[in-house]
Design a protein around this ligand. Structure first.
Ligand SMILES: Cc1cc2nc3c(=O)[nH]c(=O)nc-3n(C[C@H](O)[C@H](O)[C@H](O)COP(=O)(O)OP(=O)(O)OC[C@H]3O[C@@H](n4cnc5c(N)ncnc54)[C@H](O)[C@@H]3O)c2cc1C
Length: 497
């Protein structure tokens, strides 16, 4: 029985733990925080529950990719509530709203209704999204349409370049990237493939997790424990032990030592590599990982609504200030922040009439955190509290333009900044989604699942992509390396039958 230590209990660590424990590995997951789950964590204040990271998921109908992965992990019994199939996403540009319906043909019809003069371009765009998403067997779990040439081409072309080549109307170009906060898109940088995977994923079907995303983490822990694995909290890994043949184990901040044959790090590669001084990890690799850009951070306002006042919104609402495009939202100035936001309600029961809680998200750069870098949670001082209050009020003011009733409905609100994420998930510089993909870096932005130090593997949002599908695909990639690709795919296929 191989002893396996996994660093980090986010979705990546937990799902990898379940797969390996089921295959007979003796799995121990070490989590630095008091709560498991990383971005799956929820918190409760005054009896109301809030999600901090994962808010909605896609492709979860039987036969669709995520559903197959949830079955493979034996957690497909998590309660889900479908978002409005006629408007799972609503994009507001100025005073105009655009609704995204689920399904390829419905999406084409709706966009053509808004922009009849772009009928041909819209069809070509949707077909391009589908072709690119299906070209990756990792994302479809189907090798029949896999096409590495398409994959490579669209990893090297930016979202705006591809959309501009198909669509002429500037408003439609903006509408199609209106949900870009989901992948922190950057003009001329983010690959079209990133856009295509996410658009296709949510267009197939989209859901909230009833009761909160921590249900996913809790379901994975139950499975892990069923297969003999365990998660230990308040165990911050600080060193990976090795000799000239490979890993030996790890040590934690409290001085505990855990021996292991395999260490899987489900955190960012840079802090992972800092934990080992093994010469087997080449300086060039360390330098390459350290040079990779990270996605921008997020400021969140968690809203506690008075009971029975705020009708439940079964859509995600993305809005941009008058005359502003979704592009360049990250290049805000202190004066024009927020240039855009994403507003959502949490789903505490299967068919809620009223929302008890919601969240408003907007970009926030880590540089804004400079005055408080040396402070700790709960002790950051009045200036930080006042900064957060000011930003929260400005964000609520923005939302109020589309939802005039919102202020009246708020009982309390709470906030989080990139510093909060740094503290609760350990993510580099409070980055929302980890390493940012950039077409100019090409293959040099690739983060491998296996390192040159035998027995040290990587998984989680940084090796493939973020989000529930990106991370679970990362789990498949890492576990395939340990268990065999063909074997693992057969297991996934068997689980879906
Ligand atoms: C605001 C926000 C909204 C999002 N919304 C969605 C959404 O709607 N849908 C979707 O699919 N995805 C969404 N995502 C993305 C998704 O939640 C993440 O990509 C995913 O959960 C990341 O999982 P992970 O395991 O890679 O990392 P994480 O969740 O970051 O987990 C890493 C874990 O490792 C622990 N750790 C770090 N260092 C150490 C150490 N030295 N020792 C021990 N433990 C350590 C951390 O405490 C943490 O628990 C969102 C993310 C954010 C931030």
């Amino acid at each position: 029985m191989k002893r396996c230590i996994i660093i980090g209990s986010g979705l990546g660590g937990l799902s990898t733990g379940v797969v390996l424990a089921r295959e007979g590995f003796d799995v121990t997951i070490l989590e630095q925080g008091t709560q498991i789950g990383g971005c799956l964590q929820c918190f409760e204040r005054r009896g109301v529950k809030f999600e901090t990271g994962m808010h909605f998921i896609g492709s979860a109908l039987p036969g669709q990719t995520l559903h197959r992965l949830l079955r493979f992990l034996e957690i497909d019994d998590i309660a889900l509530a479908a978002l409005d199939s006629q408007a799972y996403d609503i994009i507001r540009l100025g005073d105009q709203e655009y609704r995204f319906p689920n399904g390829k043909e419905a999406f084409i019809a709706q966009m053509t209704n808004y922009f009849p003069h772009e009928a041909e371009g819209i069809r070509q765009y949707v077909e391009c999204v589908e072709r690119v998403a299906q070209a990756s067997s990792l994302h479809t779990l189907d090798t029949s349409n896999a096409n590495s040439a398409i994959n490579t081409e669209y990893q090297l072309r930016s979202i705006n370049e591809v959309i501009d080549s198909l669509i002429t109307d500037p408003t439609l170009r903006d509408v199609l990237v209106g949900n870009q906060p989901l992948y922190a898109a950057q003009r001329d940088k983010t690959p079209f493939s990133t856009h295509a995977f996410i658009v296709d994923f949510y267009n197939q079907s989209s859901f909230r997790v009833v009761g909160g995303s921590d249900n996913i983490g809790n379901a994975l822990i139950r499975k892990l424990e069923q297969y003999g694995g365990r998660v230990l909290t308040q165990q911050q890994v600080i060193k990976i032990l090795s000799d000239d043949r490979g890993v030996k184990g790890i040590t934690t901040a409290d001085g505990s030592r855990y021996d292991a044959d395999i260490v899987v790090s489900a955190i960012h590669p840079v802090p992972t590599l800092a934990m080992t001084d093994s010469p087997l990890i080449r300086p060039a690799f360390r330098k390459r990982m350290a040079s990779l850009p990270n996605t921008i951070g997020i400021f969140s306002v968690y809203l506690d609504f008075k009971e029975g006042t705020m009708p439940y919104m079964n859509s995600n609402y993305y809005a941009y200030a008058n005359g502003l495009s979704p592009w360049d939202s990250e290049h805000y100035s202190t004066e024009d922040w927020p240039r855009g936001y994403l507003y959502m309600h949490f789903c505490h029961e299967p068919r809620p009439r009223y929302a008890r809680a919601g969240v408003i998200l907007s970009y926030m750069r880590f540089e804004e955190m400079a005055p408080w870098l040396d402070t700790t949670v709960g002790h950051r001082g009045e200036a930080y509290e006042s900064f957060k209050r000011n930003r929260a009020e400005r964000l609520i003011d923005s939302v109020q333009q589309a939802f005039p009733e919102i202020r009246q409905a708020i009982r309390h609100y709470y906030t989080s900044t990139p510093l909060t994420y740094l503290n609760y998930t350990g993510t580099s510089k409070g980055s929302a989604y980890g390493i940012a993909r950039d077409i100019s870096l090409g293959m040099s932005s690739h983060v491998p699942q296996r390192t040159k130090l035998p027995g040290l593997y990587l998984t989680g949002q940084n090796i493939n992509s973020h989000g529930i599908l990106g991370v679970l695909v990362g789990t498949v990639v890492t576990c395939s390396d340990l268990l065999g690709t063909e074997y693992l795919y057969q297991q996934i296929i068997k689980a879906s039958q």
